[in-house]
Design a protein around this ligand. Structure first.
Ligand code: ADP
Ligand code: MG
Length: 267
């Protein structure tokens, strides 16, 4: 079967010692993603796990073309994503949406929840009336567990778990095929995070979603991954079915990560 997403040798460097006043943009560059390749099939949950700073977010942002890679190739639904421009890029991009780590920073504090959730429709489905947009926003908010009076309230009126549900509703409103979830529960308490993970699993079945699920935590990844890639210093050191990575890891670094979480349920 054709993969939904095929990534080949994706690379990204940043100016070393970056920052606004960096002088030596010609100087040495820091490699954040050092040539990563993988396929993601429809309906699977492809997890990327690795320690903070290993390049997970940089990789995620390149997949959605929120930042431009230095090199490599991305095929999405058999189209060369990096070659697309303008309207074609917008139409592919709406099929892939991101759920962000920090539900406090990722929602505009000055917008009401109804506007936040409906905004992608205002951009991508301009033919819809305001009433139709609101109806879609209400339906998706209810599906993620919030009731309709959330529409007129502001993000600060909600708990962390509720805000993450709002972010998920916004990501789903365009009915994307692929969700890239970048540490979606890392900022939440364990029990709240567990509920959000359950919701993500229900939504995957209901809307036939494909997930790229990013986390620094193997126990979290173990709950929903079908395949796991272990990332270290900008590269995948091992990729395989979740049972194999968790049960019979081949790479010493994967074994090290597993040894650090003795409570992990073994496959
Ligand atoms: N815009 C940027 N400019 C310079 N360095 C960056 C930038 N974004 C990320 N980095 C660096 O790239 C490395 C990988 O970062 P990131 O992708 O955020 O890792 P992770 O999500 O795994 O914690 C880090 O060392 C980080 O400091
Ligand atoms: Mg990150």
């Amino acid at each position: 079967m054709e993969p939904l997403l095929a990534v080949r040798d994706l690379r990204k460097t940043f100016p070393r010692g970056g920052g606004l006043f960096a002088q030596d943009s010609q100087g040495a560059r820091f490699t954040a993603v050092a040539g990563v390749s993988f396929d993601v099939s429809r309906g699977e949950t492809f997890a990327i796990v690795g320690e903070s700073g290993c390049g997970k977010t940089t990789l995620a942002r390149m997949l959605l073309r929120l930042i431009e890679p230095d090199g490599g190739a991305i095929q999405f639904q058999n189209r060369d994503l990096l070659a697309l421009r303008g309207r074609e890029l917008r139409s592919e991009r709406r099929r892939m949406q991101m759920v962000f780590q920090d539900p406090f920073a990722s929602l505009n504090p000055r917008m009401r929840v109804g506007e936040i959730v409906a905004e992608p429709l205002a951009i991508h489905e301009r033919a819809l009336s305001t009433r139709q947009r609101l109806a879609r926003a209400t339906a998706i908010l209810e599906r993620v567990g919030l009731n309709r009076d959330a529409l007129g309230r502001y993000p600060h009126e909600f708990s962390g778990g509720q805000r993450q549900r709002i972010g998920i509703a916004r990501a789903l409103i365009l009915q994307p095929g692929l969700i890239v979830a970048d540490e979606p529960v890392s900022a939440l308490d364990v029990s709240v995070g567990a509920q959000v993970l359950l919701l993500l699993q229900e939504l995957q079945r209901e809307f036939a979603l494909t997930y790229i699920f990013i986390s620094h935590s193997l126990p979290v990844v173990a709950q929903l991954a079908t395949r796991i890639a272990v990332m270290r210093a900008g590269q995948f050191v091992e990729t395989g079915p979740a049972e194999e990575i968790l049960g019979q890891p081949k790479n010493p670094y994967t074994r090290e990560l597993l040894a650090a979480v003795p409570e992990l349920p073994r496959a």
